[in-house]
Design a binder for this molecule. Structure first.
Ligand code: ADP
Ligand code: MG
Ligand code: ZN
Length: 482
């Protein structure tokens, strides 16, 4: 990418608040139900059906706002945003325009150890639209079905300041935002189920220029990875256009995951286009300071505080602490495991290494796999006692991960006990030496690496069960003795 330009990013994030019922009616918000099974005249947009505000939505919005260091409005109201689309049955969305419930917050991000505050301009409540399910193809007469289960599910739209510089900061922001909301307990933040959605606003400007460049807004970002890719692509496109003397237009674009490019979708709509006005069916809200304080005291430990605690209490590197605090379940796993074992860094290593590898490989969250903190502790103790080697431990770990069996059981079942007995190992070592005369020669001629090869051969013949320390000792002894 061209270094003459600075990349500026602002994110608009929608999260579904995890209330049991919708924002203005008592229909269920459960994901994945049969289409249109969770609707009523209210959320289906029938004329005459009146909205009744769900108190829990306001509660979650306030908690989210507090967790994001926002000011909570004393007076807030709902506005109608008018537009016409088949997934919006009432032809208007109930949202908040000029008096949002939360404003002026911030979130701290960390990119490669560089900490930075990203401003949060506002967070407001609104009702989600329904969903269109497209059927058929161009050749088989396409048509669309409407599913209103999602209509009126409560959303919080969180709008950042244009404070991020490039794709990596944007990625760090969305990850941190997700963690904070998960810890605050206000949303599931599942991108794949649509309970976390993100639009990226991107512009570029020559270094040193104060004025922001023309921005485009990218929609349809399905993962953190595509968010990063789309920003990189879009920034390069802007820079190229400017260098070619083309004029950039403010517009809404969509990310094409397959081709890894953005396409123009529509010119940017302005607030006027929506003909906003205060919703006459909903009274404005006064939010008492007592309620805000009560909610503030109910907010549990958040990622930044937890990170600090891990560094202070367990002397962990900040990097480890940042990863261990990505989700509350991940942190809980660590906390329980570290309570039962003397070496927290070892717990952290196993979690960031093997556990993460297996979670990613199987596309699972920690709460969905079968390994528990006691499993890990018992396995580490088997290692400490010398019953299993580090290499065998990885096999045991993988077994625990998939079938939830106890480590002792796996070791017994698979005959994985470490061989430390010198007599047994001595005859095996002699065998290996006999089979590798060339390597023995190399070693005697001063090639230190040859020893590593011989240890490797020993591991191979014992399927990783030989105690490496004993093998090393015996090898040296026999090689120098003969
Ligand atoms: P709108 O409601 O029209 O989308 P907002 O003022 O609410 O406009 O801004 C939307 C988002 O765009 C915010 O996250 C803001 O930080 C970001 N943004 C505004 N201007 C720029 C810019 N020039 N470059 C990058 N992001 C920007
Ligand atoms: Mg916007
Ligand atoms: Zn309903």
């Amino acid at each position: 990418m061209d270094n003459d330009f600075e990349v500026v990013v602002g994110l608009e994030v929608h999260v579904e608040l995890k209330t049991k019922t919708k924002i203005f009616c008592s229909c269920s918000t459960e994901f994945g139900a049969e289409p249109n099974s969770q609707t009523c005249p209210g959320c289906a947009g029938f004329p005459g059906a009146l909205p009744v505000l769900n108190r829990r939505v306001v509660e979650y919005a306030i908690k989210a706002g507090l967790a994001l260091n926002c000011e909570i409005a004393e007076f807030t109201k709902f506005d109608r945003k008018n537009y016409f689309y088949p997934d919006l049955p009432g032809a208007y969305q109930i949202s908040q325009l000029d008096l949002p419930i939360c404003k002026n917050g911030y979130l701290e991000i960390d990119v490669d150890g560089n900490k930075k505050r990203i401003g949060i301009n506002r967070a407001h409540m609104e009702a989600d639209a329904g969903k269109l399910v497209h059927q058929g193809t161009i050749t088989t007469a396409p048509y669309s079905l409407v599913d209103l289960n999602r209509a009126s599910v409560p959303l919080l739209e969180i709008v950042s300041e244009p404070d991020m510089r490039g794709a990596r900061e944007a990625r760090a922001y969305i990850e941190k935002l997700r963690s904070v909301l998960l810890f605050a307990g206000v949303s599931d933040c599942k991108m794949e189920e649509g309970s976390l959605r993100c639009d990226a606003n991107v512009s570029v400007r020559p270094w040193g220029q104060k004025k922001l460049g023309v921005r485009t807004e990218i929609k349809n970002l399905n993962s953190f990875r595509s968010l990063e890719k789309a920003i990189e692509y879009e920034a390069s496109r802007h820079i190229e256009a400017i260098e070619d003397g083309e004029k950039l237009v403010q517009e809404t674009r969509t990310w094409d995951e397959e081709k890894q490019v953005t396409h123009s979708m529509r010119s940017k709509e302005q607030a006027e286009d929506y003909r906003y006005f205060p919703d006459p069916d909903l009274p404005p809200l006064k939010i008492s300071r007592e309620w805000v304080e009560e909610l503030r005291s109910s907010i549990p430990e958040l990622p930044d505080q937890a990170q600090k605690r891990l560094v202070e209490k367990y002397d962990l590197p900040e990097y480890d602490a940042a990863i261990l605090t990505l989700t509350p379940q991940y942190l809980a796993f660590f906390d329980v495991a570290a309570e039962g074992y003397h070496d927290a860094k070892t717990i952290s290593n196993w979690m960031m290494g093997e556990l993460n590898r297996l979670l990613n490989q199987n596309n699972l969250e920690i709460q969905d796999c079968r390994i528990t903190p006691p499993h890990l502790i018992k396995m580490l103790k088997l290692m400490d006692e010398g019953t299993i080697s580090g290499k065998i431990a990885k096999t045991v770990f993988e077994e625990m991960f998939t079938n939830g069996k106890e480590p002792e059981e796996i070791v017994k079942e698979k005959g994985l006990v470490q061989i430390s007995d010198e007599e047994t190992l001595r005859s095996l070592v002699k065998e290996v030496l006999k089979n590798n005369p060339g390597v023995v020669e190399d070693y005697r001629n001063g090639k230190q690496k040859a020893l590593g090869f011989l240890v490797g051969q020993m591991m191979k013949t014992t399927r990783g069960q030989a105690n490496p320390a004993v093998v090393n000792k015996l090898l040296k002894e026999i090689l120098s003795g003969e």
